[in-house]
Write a protein that binds this ligand. Sequence first.
Ligand SMILES: [Zn+2]
Length: 93
Amino acid sequence: MSQREKQPPLRTCAACRERRPQQELIRITASKDGSVAVDTTGKLPGRGAYLCNRAACCGLARKRGSLRRALKCPVPEEIWQDIERIILAGRSD
Ligand SMILES: [Zn+2]
């Protein structure tokens, strides 16, 4: 199977496991020293994990620890707040 270059790369949400175009997801990174950041530029180095831009996925990832597992390090409270803020800001209603 060959993918056309036009198609955006698909990434898997750590919460619901759906595959979506990268720009529809929020990227969270963990650097080697264990600091977690919300990567709004898409350029931060380190291990990356993705979440849908949906409150449900944020809540699910938090409850199940899926993001912590994907990043292999704990996710600080302020990071969850950042993610929630991004989701709220991105809401269309
Ligand atoms: Zn999701």
